[in-house]
Ligand binder design. Structure first.
Ligand SMILES: *Cc1c(COP(=O)(O)O)cnc(C)c1O
Length: 363
């Protein structure tokens, strides 16, 4: 039997989550964000599956856009960090990539590029996140500079929220106000503001592109909640199996550092997955995990290739039983909260040692 550790990727759930995002975006249109290897699910599988429903894809960098082109020949791809090197402008114009322009350096490099065809760009506006983008006061000047370059068309103004995951946070209102002023000044330009969280906390307009990422994969974009509470379905099930079961006596400790110690006779199991697979080493004793479909808890420290679980409430558990680390029984958001991180990090961190197994009733 091969090692039972795998990440099952359910493409039908991905489709249903995309449709939920598209319904929330309406009358705007939802661009499927598939950066970081489709949030760890496999960019090619995710893009192939969504190509029939998503009008566009978004990635962070050109290399990801090129990987998409291997499976999705035509759908336009937004490159959210834009180009790093002058050569990349050529690929954008040839392959229907839409790079964001966020800096004076990128503007200069586009001026100097030898384009062989038209290129469509978006302008990234800094409305308060203070990561990338031009200040809104520079937009008129940047827009005319871009439109003065032969072959260059500016389609949209985009920005990114800092706190859309906290419903009613005043900073989101401030950022929206800047974009509303830009809409009055440049009504012919599309806008794009919403990440997943903003699908729940703001409303998209007619001429707007939303950019849902994490919600497509079923993890919750809002603080202190899980995807399931928003009606999203967990696309990835990270699973393995029990490979040993033993009975501990009071005083017996488990694993490195003897972090966890039995205070009464305790049945425990060893699971064939660890931080070498992307399960967080920071997950403490008590983190939820499901054995044979029933919830129990992690005990002791996570090793590179193994971890231990409490089988005290599951006396019939035996080697070979299936263990869900996260999926529909244990939300990735719960594991993330227990480990001091977010679902995004756990999903994107599943290593290449874990085979992705695709599931789809319609394929
Ligand atoms: C990653 C990213 C998104 C998607 O964010 P989610 O929170 O995953 O929905 C949207 N816009 C930009 C600019 C991003 O970098």
């Amino acid at each position: 039997m091969p090692r039972p550790t795998r990440a099952i990727v359910d493409l039908d759930k991905l489709h249903r989550n995309y449709r939920r995002a598209a319904a929330l975006a309406d009358p705007g249109k939802a661009i499927a964000v598939v950066k970081a290897n489709g949030y760890g699910h496999g960019i090619e599988a995710v893009a192939t599956s969504l190509a029939s429903v998503a009008p566009r894809f978004a990635v962070a960098i050109l290399e990801e856009a090129l990987a998409l082109r291997a499976v999705v020949p035509r759908t336009p791809v937004l490159v959210m960090q834009g180009v790093y090197e002058p050569d990349e402008w050529l690929a954008c114009s040839q392959k229907n990539f839409i790079p964001a322009v966020h800096s004076p350096e990128q503007l200069d490099s586009l001026r100097a590029a030898r384009l062989q065809g038209p290129v469509t760009v978006w302008i990234k506006v800094n409305t308060g996140m203070n990561r990338l983008g031009f200040p809104s006061g520079d937009v008129p000047r940047v827009l005319s500079a871009l439109e003065a370059i032969p072959g260059v068309a500016v389609e949209a103004l985009m920005t990114h929220f800092a706190q859309a995951d906290e419903p009613d946070h005043p900073r989101t209102g401030d950022q929206l106000k800047v974009m509303a002023d830009l809409r009055s000044a440049f009504p012919e330009k599309s806008q794009s503001v919403a990440n997943s969280a903003a699908h729940y906390t703001t409303r998209a307009g007619e001429n707007e592109w939303t950019r849902p990422g994490i919600m497509l994969y079923g993890s919750g974009p809002l603080v202190r909640s899980t995807g399931a509470t928003l009606g999203l379905e967990a696309v990835m099930t990270l699973e393995s199996a029990l490979i040993a079961v033993r009975d501990l006596q009071p005083g017996d400790a488990v694993g490195y550092g003897a972090d966890w110690c039995a205070d009464r006779p305790t049945r425990m199991g060893i699971v064939a997955i660890g931080y070498g697979d992307g399960y967080p080493r920071a997950a403490p004793s008590g983190t939820p995990v499901a054995v044979g479909g029933r919830r129990t808890r992690l005990i002791g420290r996570v090793s590179m290739d193994m971890l231990a679980v409490d089988l005290g409430e599951l006396p019939d558990a035996k080697p070979g039983d299936r263990v869900e680390l996260w999926g529909s029984t244990v939300s990735v958001d719960e594991v993330a909260q227990a480990s001091g991180t977010i679902g995004y990090e756990l999903l994107t961190r599943v290593t290449s040692r874990v085979p992705r197994v695709l599931l789809s009733a319609s394929a």
